[in-house]
Design a protein around this ligand. Structure first.
Ligand code: UD1
Length: 415
């Protein structure tokens, strides 16, 4: 067991480079299963969720070489029984869509991932059923099967990122045309479509609320570079805003983090946009504001915990409204241990900024909550110890090294 020990109170200065996007690379790795050829994926972050996905791909028979690019060859894969490891990450459920492109019957455990709500998969299943599949549950395993998988019009009752990706994966090699209405429009959806199109798929409209996929017979090998991680970028931007200092956040697409840029300006942090970077500067004493999480291009739910950490020591009161997940305030109890004054009712949190946060012993309850606690620890007086940091390692590569590079005092220690 490892934990982070943070000595708070310093400012952050310098520059930090952002890795490839976790939420982009996971569906792209699943998509490689559709391709009977070699693919090279660049800008793959070294994250525990990525290694879990690679282990699952190897289980099905993918040949994988790790180097500057990740080389994946899924020419000879086998349809095996559900792997228990798949239950540990949410994105494993994307293997279903890809495997349905290769096999008529697929079994998978109910997906795991961070405990931030019920996280059902009904919309994924609705999509597969609209295309002619049936499903059944037995002892936590879902089996999906079909005689013919045919394109159809599918309406998503909520623009779910995972359901949009899974249906895209299932439809690229299906018969006919699939139309997904009210689909997710996140940059990760566009990245997946670009990867698949470069492999010979015919996907139009990714990034709009209607995606049209014409089924093709076969895909071919391709090279692809994963987009930068907008959530990692946003996390570092908020870290600088909260502690004070001036940092350049590099290798990003500023357009993908507009809500963060604009919200930071709203609370008087300075953000200068460049082509592939932003420069954030702040005196660390920021007035509070309100945030409401929404699907892209709204304020990302994956940035809510980090923003709340900054609000906890902001000036005045702000309201956080979490509309995407029904149980995403687990970090509030941990922030309270540091002296934060936050009350929660349903999906709304009222954050009354306190003058100082005090270092405490806390634990990461999920990935982004853990990132938020790092930010609080950096802003707090004294020492903060964060346990359960395996959650943070799911989505941030060498976060402590990057923070140290900016002058932050954080170390990883064995418990
Ligand atoms: C993805 C991201 C996650 C992010 C989330 C929302 C990955 C690997 N994870 O998760 O980091 O927080 O998007 O931006 O990309 N829902 C249903 N039925 C379904 C599917 C979803 O009701 O079949 C609900 C969920 O419970 C949730 C909402 O839709 O309330 C959004 O979920 P979704 O967009 O699917 O998130 P994920 O794809 O799981």
């Amino acid at each position: 067991m490892e934990r982070f020990v943070i000595e708070g109170g310093g400012v952050l200065n310098g520059s930090v480079s952002i890795n490839g996007s976790k939420n982009s690379v996971l569906p792209i790795l699943a998509a490689a299963l559709l391709i009977k050829d070699k693919c090279r994926i660049y800008n793959v972050p070294h994250l525990s969720d990525v290694y879990t996905m690679l282990e699952l791909l190897r289980y099905y028979g993918a040949k994988i070489k790790e180097g500057l690019a990740l080389e994946i060859d899924c020419t000879d894969i086998e349809n095996k029984r559900a792997n228990d490891k798949a239950a540990s990450i949410r994105a494993s459920f994307l293997l279903v869509g890809a495997l349905l492109g290769r096999f008529k019957r697929v079994s998978m455990p109910m997906p795991g991932g961070c405990s931030i709500g019920l996280r059902p998969v009904d919309l994924h299943l609705k999509g597969f059923c609209c295309m002619g599949a049936d499903y059944s549950f037995e002892q936590g395993i879902i089996t999906i099967e079909y005689d013919r998988l045919r394109g159809n019009e599918i309406y998503l009752d909520f623009p779910s990122v995972g359901a949009t990706e899974n249906i895209m994966l299932a439809s690229v090699l299906a018969e006919g045309t699939t139309i997904i209405s009210n689909c997710a429009i996140e940059p990760e959806i566009v990245d997946l479509a670009e990867f698949l199109n470069s492999a010979g798929a015919d996907i139009r409209g990714a990034g709009s609320d209607t995606i049209v996929i014409k089924g093709t017979d076969r895909l071919h090998g391709t090279d692809h570079r994963v987009i930068p991680d907008r959530i990692e970028a946003g996390t570092f931007m908020l870290a600088v805003a909260g502690t004070g200092g001036c940092c350049r956040i590099e290798n990003i697409i500023p357009d993908h983090i507009k809500p963060i840029i604009l919200k930071l300006r709203e609370i008087d942090a300075e953000v200068k946009e460049e082509e592939n970077s932003v420069i954030v500067s702040s005196d660390g004493k920021l007035p509070n504001t309100d945030i409401k999480t929404m699907p892209y291009p709204g304020f990302p739910t994956d940035m809510q915990a980090q923003f709340m950490s900054i609000m906890a020591k902001g000036i005045g009161t702000g309201i956080v409204n979490e509309t995407v997940f029904e149980n995403r305030f687990m970090h509030v109890g941990e922030l309270a241990k540091m002296g934060a004054n936050i009350t929660v009712e349903g999906r709304t949190a009222v954050v009354k900024g306190v003058e100082v946060l005090k270092g405490a012993s806390v634990k990461a309850t999920d990935l982004r909550a853990g990132a938020g606690l790092i930010l609080s620890g950096l802003c707090a007086e004294g020492i903060t110890e964060i346990g359960e940091i395996q959650y943070i390692d799911r989505g941030y590569e060498k976060i402590e090294e990057k923070i140290r590079q900016l002058g932050g005092k954080i170390k990883r220690v064995q418990s």
